[in-house]
Design a protein around this ligand. Sequence first.
Ligand code: C2G
Length: 132
Amino acid sequence: MTDRTVITFGTFDVLHVGHLRILERARALGDRLVVGVSSDALNRSKKGRDAVFSQAERLALVGALKVVDDVFVEESLDLKRQYVVSHQAHTLVMGDDWAGRFDFLSDVCEVVYLPRTPSVSTTAIIERITST
Ligand code: C2G
């Protein structure tokens, strides 16, 4: 049987346990996990602010995780279909904050939304650090 590739996307700024948990759960759905890490420009357009860590740093951190087999730069939300096809992904995993948004890809892959880990976010971490 051929290996099943899972693909997921995100900024993964100020890497935290919520990021690790979704990557672990994504990897458990297949044999190989490929992660599209948002470029600095894409992050700015999504979140309206610069990431704390540069795209090169975010790629290095995510790519070093044991559960991640490969990383690449996600340049645009509109290229999802090309990324899924070019990486020959069987399953696309997204956090449930994106629920329904990528269902249009279900003709090329299985689309799965996983629940976010409660009570942890990059924004809350930045706020905690800046207020101390
Ligand atoms: N996440 C999670 N639990 C948290 C925080 C984040 O499961 N407490 C998940 C998000 O749902 C997402 C992944 O971790 O699937 C990365 O989160 P972000 O860096 O915030 O990614 P985002 O900006 O939503 O980028 O193409 C889509 C995007 O690039 C997704």
